[in-house]
Design a binder for this molecule. Structure first.
Ligand SMILES: Cc1ncc(COP(=O)(O)O)c(C=O)c1O
Length: 401
């Protein structure tokens, strides 16, 4: 009898974690590696939020929380959805979890049966298909390539829907492409979904506050109120408030679904860290102005990186609307020879040779279901970004036919 569960036949380890590990190993060997693999802001959590956690500890808020979250945070979440998204969720329609990641997992655990299909546009965040697979469902990957700026078209969505479709997973701005959908683009998709009442909509808005230029963020349940009763809207404090280590995410949706997620969470984590929940109350209800300051800094970095990458011979880098990622294509460089003598046959070879030759760590696009591309996270200092892009330019220029 096999010791490990059959689930390991279906699940892959995370490519982004593997890149982070390789970067650590090279650094330990003394190499000057620039890591552009991590998906977290380089800024610190604001002081008022840290203080709220310290105050919570001093008050003795150190016991188990209610499974669905402390009432003060659930109230703050309902107010956030109203204030920022025009969505009327009551506190009892909300759930607080250990990061957006656990909330997503919980929702799949609560709803996915073997054979159920979940439509996931590619490129996708690495965890989505794996979560679906762990829960016994079937990820249905639909490509949204560079020619549609990495956005799914209504026609492609329509084609992917079958009687077994349980969820359509929507993430805008996207990890890994940074693509964000306009109101009209969302409407195109929600019109399709209105014709298929059995399909539920799982919306991951975690990069909501990171959009650039005059782009206006909107979310499907806001664009099409007719979908409100079959939408789960997921968000969290990790990216907007630089709180990745606090592990607080949340969602709002129909009460029946939230009740099912309550059962799963009650048997799994018993709820998210009480102290981090108090810090999140301050994040959602305290001063918000630093979000705008940081957004502007990210926008400058995006412009720097896009411009420098487009000067690298053979790379093509669209300028995405949001998040802190770019997703350049290295299609023109497939078939070239690296300084080591190795032929670059795919995007994984490209990132491996880039790391070996120029010590810049990025993640290959095939890990996100669409290549040949690679993902750069620009959530790091301007100086390091400039150096990294110079190294990438030098690497591309050194590839020969
Ligand atoms: C698209 C997307 N969704 C959800 C998450 C989960 O974030 P957290 O669990 O920190 O809330 C991430 C984190 O990288 C992400 O990129």
């Amino acid at each position: 009898m096999a010791f490990l569960a059959d689930v390991f036949d279906r699940v892959k380890p995370s490519a982004t974690m593997a890149v982070a590990q390789k970067t650590r190993e090279l650094k330990a060997k003394g190499r000057d590696v620039i890591g552009l693999g991590a998906g977290e802001p380089d800024f610190d959590t604001p002081d008022n939020i840290k203080q709220a956690a310290i105050d919570a500890i001093s008050r003795g808020e150190t016991k188990y929380p209610p499974v669905l979250g402390i009432p003060q945070l659930r109230q703050a979440i309902a107010l956030k959805f109203k204030r920022e998204n025009g969505l009327d969720y009551k506190p009892e329609q909300t759930i607080v979890g250990t990061g957006g990641k656990q909330v997503l997992f919980n929702a799949f655990m609560a709803t996915v049966n073997p054979g159920d299909e979940v439509i996931i546009p590619a490129p996708y965040w690495v965890s989505y298909p794996e979560m679906v697979a762990i829960c016994g469902g079937t990820p249905v990957i639909v490509e949204a390539g560079i020619e549609t700026k990495f956005k799914l078209t209504p026609e492609a969505l329509e084609k992917a829907i079958t009687p077994r479709t349980k969820w359509f997973l929507f993430n805008s701005p996207s990890n890994p492409s940074g693509a964000a959908y306009t109101r009209d683009e969302i409407k195109g998709l929600t019109d399709v979904l209105m014709r298929h009442p059995h399909v539920w909509v799982m919306v991951d808005d975690i990069y909501e506050h990171l959009v650039y230029g005059d782009f206006v963020f909107t979310t499907p349940a806001q664009v099409e109120p007719g979908l409100f009763d079959r939408t789960l809207t997921i968000n969290g404090v990790s990216k907007a408030y630089a709180m990745t280590g606090w592990r607080i995410g949340y969602a709002a949706g129909p009460v029946e679904l939230i009740k099912a997620m309550d059962v799963i969470q009650g048997q799994q984590t018993s709820g998210a860290c009480t102290i981090a929940q108090w810090a999140s109350v301050e994040a959602l209800t305290g001063p918000q102005d630093f979000i705008e300051e940081r957004r502007k800094r990210f926008e400058k970095r995006r412009d720097l990186v896009v411009s420098m990458l487009n000067q690298a011979p053979g790379l093509r880098c669209p300028s995405p609307e949001g998040a802190f990622y770019v997703y350049p294509s290295c299609a023109e460089l497939i078939g070239t020879k690296a300084p080591s003598g190795k032929i670059i046959q795919n995007d994984e070879d490209f990132v491996t040779e880039l790391l070996e030759t120029e010590a810049v760590a990025v993640v290959h696009g095939s890990a996100f279901g669409l290549g040949p591309n690679f993902r750069i996270s620009y959530a790091t200092s301007d100086e390091l970004l400039e150096q990294a892009c110079e190294r990438i330019q030098r690497f591309c220029a050194a590839l020969t036919r």
